[in-house]
Design a protein around this ligand. Structure first.
Ligand SMILES: [Mg+2]
Length: 108
């Protein structure tokens, strides 16, 4: 069981161990992982596909709440696995991108 203090490296290590223990590393190449991120994102979107905006805001009190969290986790798991395989420091990547975004989209 994790909590809000679990950091990105701990999650990356947990996913890396999970993959290694199952000898899945050959399948977790960058091409397959990038495709898997998109596939899982589509599964996430499918939950919202026919909902109206109000229903989408109420998703966490619906019967789909657990499903939503699972698909969100799937997206993030594959993102972290891709970062593992390519030795990407996610914190640095995010901080750099937010910095670029702040230049591209300055606050009014
Ligand atoms: Mg899924």
């Amino acid at each position: 069981m994790s909590d809000q203090s679990t950091n990105i490296q701990q999650l990356k290590d947990k996913i890396s161990n999970f993959v290694k223990e199952r000898n899945w590393e050959e399948f977790h190449n960058p091409k397959n992982l990038s495709m898997s991120i998109s596939i899982e994102a589509s599964e996430l979107m499918e939950i919202f596909q026919w909902l109206d905006i109000k229903e989408s805001w109420d998703i966490m009190t619906s019967s789909e709440a657990e499903h939503l969290m699972e698909e969100l986790a799937d997206v993030i798991i594959y993102c972290l696995s891709l970062a593992n395989q390519l030795n990407i420091d996610i914190s640095t990547a995010i901080e750099d991108k937010v910095r670029k975004n702040s230049v591209k989209y300055p606050a009014p």
